[in-house]
Design a protein around this ligand. Structure first.
Ligand code: AMP
Ligand code: ZN
Ligand code: FE
Ligand code: FE
Length: 290
């Protein structure tokens, strides 16, 4: 069974529509895929509808990747199978998502001051109705020829954390986020906790404190973790009684990683589904639920 628990669609900063993502996940031979757009569940309905058109069974795990920060360090919390209508978490998702618009506008203004001729309208067009994020700003920078690739925009010179044109966004305290996710019946997994190339990461003591506060697991097999880092995280998870997941963090053509490039152990997936009470995995056509 092949299980990929972290992907993005055009509902945030991926390039596949939710329907395309589901079709591509089936074509990639996945049995389970989680849709985890940044701070939103708006892709879930389209992804769910697309399951019925598939030729092979695929189970959809609904989720979101919640923007958090601890002591000024950004981090991402994957939330699975929570009740999307639970009002407190819904309100926080809306705050997180809506604040990204003035923040992206402010980055555009900074870029203009630095001589990069990007326009907000251009970023808004690229983002469409998805949660707007730095990858959209970066894509606009590629369009105007300021950088060659989206990755090249994520430098100190431009929009990496602390970069000249970077602007912070509203982020949730992760202890609050874990509490809200659990209260909405969801399962909380710390995404790429040691992805140092994205900027500062939180210390292991903070992961221990989050574990004590109800965190369910940490993402270990991720392209931003090298082998020694994964080994260290596995030991940490063992010590703290945390689940370990693996996933692609697929973003379509905006990132060089394939669906299913990293996967989650079926037993761990089973445990995630047993813990969740807010929503159930959605089985796709032609087969029994995975
Ligand atoms: P934002 O949520 O708007 O702050 O943007 C963060 C997103 O940018 C992450 O979720 C990644 O998808 C993407 N990202 C972060 N670092 C890089 C990088 N070095 N290269 C390409 N994309 C990145
Ligand atoms: Zn993203
Ligand atoms: Fe992330
Ligand atoms: Fe992600």
């Amino acid at each position: 069974m092949r299980i990929d628990l972290h992907t993005h669609s055009t509902a945030s900063d991926g390039t596949d529509t939710p329907a395309e993502l589901v079709r591509n996940a089936a074509a990639a031979g996945l049995d389970v895929v989680a849709l985890t757009d940044h701070d939103t569940t708006r892709g879930h309905a389209e992804a769910t509808a697309a399951l019925s058109g598939l030729e092979r069974p695929l189970t959809l795990v609904t989720g979101a990747e919640i923007s958090c920060a601890l002591d000024g360090v950004s981090l991402h919390l994957l939330a699975y199978l929570f009740d999307p209508a639970e009002p407190e978490l819904l309100r926080e998702r809306e705050l997180l998502r809506d604040d990204r618009v003035p923040r992206a506008r402010a980055m555009v203004a900074k870029l203009q001051e630095l001589g990069v001729p990007v326009e907000w309208e251009q970023v808004a067009r690229i983002a469409g109705d998805g949660t707007v994020g730095r990858p959209h700003v970066a894509a606009a920078m590629v369009e105007v020829g300021a950088v060659a690739t989206v990755s090249d925009a994520f430098t100190e010179e431009w929009i990496a954390d602390g970069g000249r044109a970077h602007v912070v966004k509203h982020e949730l305290d992760p202890f609050t986020a874990v509490r809200l996710v659990k209260a909405a019946g969801g399962v909380a997994v710390f995404a790429h906790p040691a992805a140092v190339k994205r900027g500062r990461t939180v210390p292991e003591e903070a992961i221990a404190e989050l574990a004590a506060a109800g965190l369910d697991g940490i993402e270990v097999d991720h392209m931003d973790h090298d082998e020694p880092t994964r080994a260290r995280l596995r030991v940490l998870a063992g010590d703290l009684g945390l689940l370990t997941t693996g996933s692609s963090d697929y973003h379509g053509s905006r990132k060089d990683v394939a669906l299913g490039q990293y996967t989650t152990d079926p037993e761990i997936y089973g445990e995630i589904t047993r813990r969740a009470t807010g929503a159930f995995p959605v089985p796709g056509a032609g087969g029994s639920p995975a």
